[in-house]
Design a protein around this ligand. Structure first.
Ligand SMILES: [Zn+2]
Ligand SMILES: [Zn+2]
Length: 393
């Protein structure tokens, strides 16, 4: 169950048709009822698309996520940073300068089928970008992994993961910034609709706030590592492949179940900061590489998740890795010819993974169903585990 559905089923608000006009409104806006929901049914409906685009342009400017960012240290406004490096990474799977994106690219108001919305074509210049660093900090921070060669050390693993974390944090902030316009989407609607919309938005906001606090926690830890230039506290599994996988991805996510369906941690049921797994699939010099990892030696759920990943038969690892990226990370990009050559059933399965709801996870969603997505094989594996923990015996 996702945190969103948990809050939704709880019903965070206590909607009321009538209240004292000077009481604080049931929607928890902090306003008095008389200037909030008292007259909402008769208010003018909002032009949602227009508001949406106004809002979108505000956060398109972004910010520099570097710990030392500021007017004096940054080189200028945030640039469009690639979460997956453009040369090598995304270009390796591009055809005619394009890849397919698992992240919705078009406006939510464009008429599209669910399948079209789940997978969209995008130019490599735009794919995987976010306005997350100024040009100076972007270059300085990631230079080590931007060259033609790749050193499979902890510093590289950290830098790949750091960018994923900054991206996820930015995404959460964007989602939060949209909440105010969702909250006025019930203007001119009946009380029943107001109730429904406000409950949904309240659940959505609560779940975003939890995610935001968790990502901020990991980002703070990562900032400290970056500043100290000591990369001991990053752990996980690094893989090299025989060829180019048809997918690149970058992201961080809470993990609930492992590849065998075992529950690792329960989302949203206590105040604990949940373990996150950070995934990167990219490529260097004609072969794909992947890192599945976490920050902080004490994260036992992340370690168990990696244990579970390492227990998969080596021949099945590439397929299961793709499945994981489809299931968990919208910042995933696909080689178009590969996608088009997939038989209809696996194509549908993957699309379904993309559209199955906000962070909704099922115990068996990562269990291997034997589907063969790729013939690429593993050529090298390096495991970075905390002291005292041996992976796969
Ligand atoms: Zn209200
Ligand atoms: Zn900067």
């Amino acid at each position: 169950m996702s945190i969103f559905s948990k809050f939704k089923s709880e019903g965070l608000l206590n909607p009321r048709r009538l209240m004292g006009i000077n009481d604080y409104c049931w929607c928890k806006s902090g306003k008095k009822w008389k200037s909030c929901h008292m007259n909402r049914e008769n208010e003018k409906r909002v032009n949602f698309p227009k508001l949406y685009f106004q809002h979108e342009s505000q956060f398109r400017r972004g910010y520099c996520a570097h710990p030392l960012s500021g007017p004096k240290s940054c080189s200028g406004p945030a640039i469009s940073s690639h979460t997956i490096q453009k040369n090598g990474g995304i270009r390796a799977i591009a055809e005619n300068g394009h890849v397919l994106s698992c992240k919705p690219q078009s406006s939510p108001f464009k008429e599209q089928s669910p399948l079209e919305r789940s997978i969209e074509k995008i130019g490599v210049g735009r794919a995987s970008t976010f306005p997350g660093f100024c040009s100076k900090h972007d270059n300085e921070t990631f230079r080590y992994i931007e060259g033609d060669s790749f050193v499979a050390d902890k510093r590289s693993m950290f830098l790949l993961s750091y960018r994923s974390l900054c991206y996820e944090l930015y995404q959460k902030k964007v989602q939060l910034a949209f909440i105010p316009i969702h909250k006025i989407a019930d203007k001119g609607m009946s009380f029943e609709v107001q109730e429904h919309i406000q409950q949904e938005v309240a659940a959505y906001e609560a779940s975003i706030n939890i995610g935001l606090a968790e990502l901020q926690h990991y980002k703070n830890q990562a900032d400290e590592i970056l500043m100290k230039n000591r990369f001991d506290d990053i752990y996980g599994v690094y893989l090299e492949f025989s060829d180019i996988l048809p997918v690149v991805a970058s992201g961080a996510s809470q993990v609930e179940y492992d590849f065998q369906g075992t529950m690792l941690q329960s989302l949203g049921y206590d105040d604990k900061i949940l373990d996150h797994i950070i995934l990167n699939i990219t490529s260097f010099s004609g072969r794909s590489i992947a890192f599945l990892g976490w920050i902080g030696a004490q994260c036992s759920a992340s370690r168990q998740f990696c244990d579970s990943f390492l227990s998969i038969d080596t021949t099945r690892v590439p397929d299961q890795l793709l499945r994981f990226s489809f299931d968990y990370f919208e910042n995933t990009y696909i080689k178009e010819s590969w996608w088009k050559a997939l038989p209809p059933t696996p194509q549908k399965v993957l699309s379904w993974h993309r559209t199955s709801g906000i962070g909704e996870r099922y115990p068996l969603s990562l269990c291997d169903d034997g589907t063969k997505w790729t013939s690429v094989t593993i050529s090298n594996e390096v495991v970075f585990y905390p002291k005292g923990f041996a992976p796969r015996s």
